[in-house]
Design a protein around this ligand. Structure first.
Ligand code: HEC
Length: 191
């Protein structure tokens, strides 16, 4: 008798866990479907701008186009989509909250163990005082085309340096090499 009660309790636990896993994978797929095109469009806009006018003219892509696109998706979806980093250029938009900070640190640990940035992501349902939300974060790897603005001082032209120094006096987002984790795209979706 005792045994069957224990077993049915186990069964309830197991099914609720399965439902949660189903929910998470659906929410995760929906997030990836939004982040994929966002990242692709940004990367294409960046490549086009660098090719046509050089890195200084591409600043507008990371400075204006990326936040504008993130803002539009956030308004349309009712989610919060942002770009965050442990070493930010724009502290107003890019500073991670507690969950994002912890997750970015975990991403760095996974990267240090040899995992590829392309596969590094995290999904979790988080219960915070402000309410329950689905949180998703996907690592953003540094590509060749990013070096002109996020690489070592030698890789950044005097023109770009001057422009960055003017707009971002507390810039921490330089010194990266290709393949490193520059930051992440983060989605917070109220449930
Ligand atoms: C032409 C210069 C330039 C290039 C090239 C560039 N960025 Fe940026 N990046 C910036 C600027 C300027 C900001 C600050 C944007 C803002 O004000 O929100 C920024 C911010 C970011 C942020 C937001 C977090 C933060 O530090 O504020 C991420 C993530 C990012 N860049 C990733 C990339 C990646 C990945 C690439 C290559 C695909 C790239 N950037 C290429 C200039 C550039």
């Amino acid at each position: 008798m005792k045994k069957s009660i224990a077993l049915s309790a186990l069964f309830v636990l197991a099914t609720s866990a399965a439902y949660a896993a189903d929910d998470i994978s659906k929410l995760k797929e929906e997030s990836i479907a939004v982040i994929g095109p966002f990242a692709k469009q940004l990367s294409e806009a960046n490549q086009k701008a660098v090719k046509e006018g050089g890195p200084a003219s591409a600043i507008v892509v990371c400075k204006d186009i990326a936040p504008a696109m993130a803002g539009e998706i956030s308004r349309n979806k009712g989610w919060k989509l942002s770009r965050v980093s442990l070493k930010v250029r724009n502290p107003l938009l890019g500073t991670p909250d507690a969950w994002e900070q912890k997750t970015l640190q975990d991403f760095e640990a996974r990267y240090a163990k040899g995992e590829k940035p392309e596969t590094i992501a995290a999904a979790e349902i988080v219960d915070e005082p402000a309410g329950k939300s689905f949180r998703f974060m996907k690592a953003v790897a540094l590509q060749q085309g990013c070096l002109g603005c996020h690489g070592t001082p030698e890789q950044i032209s005097p023109e770009v340096k001057a422009s960055l120094a003017k707009d971002y006096p507390n810039d921490k987002a330089t010194g990266y090499s290709v393949g490193q984790i520059r930051g992440a795209v983060s989605i917070k979706r109220p449930l």
